[in-house]
Design a protein around this ligand. Sequence first.
Ligand SMILES: Cc1ncc(COP(=O)(O)O)c(C=O)c1O
Length: 429
Amino acid sequence: MNSIAKELNEVLQGTAAAGLLSGMGKEMFFPKGIVAQSAEAGQKAKKYNATVGMATSRGVPLHLDSIQQEFPGIESGAIFPYAPTAGDPKLRSIWKDEMVRKNPGLQGKDFSLPVVTAGLTHGVAIVADLFLDAGDTIIVPDMFWGNYRLIFEVRRGAKIRTFPFFSESGALNLEGLEETISSTPGEKVMLIVNFPNNPTGYSPTDTEARALADLLTKTAEAGKKVLVMTDDAYFGLFYEEGTCTESLFSYLADAHENLLAIKGDAATKEELVWGFRVGFLTFAAKGMTGVQYEALVKKTMGAIRSSVSNCSRPAQTLLLKGMSSGTYAAEKEAAFATLLGRYRAVKRVLAVYADNQLLKPLPFNSGYFMAFVCQGDAEALRLHLLDTYAIGTISIGDSYLRIAYSSVDIEDIEDLFRTLYKAAEEAWN
Ligand SMILES: Cc1ncc(COP(=O)(O)O)c(C=O)c1O
């Protein structure tokens, strides 16, 4: 094993993270290579800096004006150079501040500085690299973002184990989760939760979130090493009173020494910059010190360095500028109001079809989506909608149809849903 990896493992010894690292996670380190040496030169090489594979002229990046002119008012140094491996320090810091503002339960708790990833997909893949070995089990509710299969199973050879997301009464199925945890063999319990959920659009109530956190804490108290990743891709889009508006990460950050909480954020979705490919990973475990967080961040940087090297600089610069703008908060509120309006329009039209037996909506209260349980074949309905009505939806397995109402203007929502019910009758009767 590389000596730097060994040092990092020694620093992490005794932490939840150390007990959870995969083979690759144990081996991972951030080399004192080009990136580290050029960062050192950035401080000291005042005469000539001949370190990094870029081109400069008179101290600024050599660049093409036809590209620079598309970024009026932004200096070339904030657009063209590589970004630091863990991301722009100012962006990491503002994201951390915003995280605490949006999750007041984090106030006074210790956690790492967020690390920039190339979108949340990359964040999930890094967590899989660092913590999942071939044959490991990761527990996921049965309603989950399909890309987890590629990331956990195809890329890492781990096994997804599901439990029914909803109980019979349409609440979060904590009993099912508890049974799944207790019947999963081994010393590690690894779980990913995604609220607001894709594909259902469900987020737990305050009571459910508290009970979920308690269940996971109890598992850690019983001696298991517990990893909980919160996939907070659609964070903030909570439309109903009584829905938990904090990430589960808030409850878990200082829950127990055996429990490592990892918050996955998607600036892509939260800040409406999908194609910018900016996400964040943040780590927390009770008792972990600043030096230990830094060691885990170094391993994360190794995972970034060895996959995408570093994340988009112009995207980070634009995001930082936007988040620092005086109108940022008001603009985000306006975007929220737009999506809330669509959510309410969906609820209004669904109320008209409350007795319909063909399409039954699953509980939803947040995010971008809602999903129907289909009485007939979901794929047949999807194709009928597409071919006859030019309406695109997503079928999931045989039984579910996902509707991203976030992408439909409010004035079209009633027509969309009326057409869905009509098409279901045509497709299945
Ligand atoms: C639940 C969930 N997690 C993560 C992602 C990935 O987001 P990103 O675009 O930041 O990679 C998505 C995107 O669809 C998602 O639905």
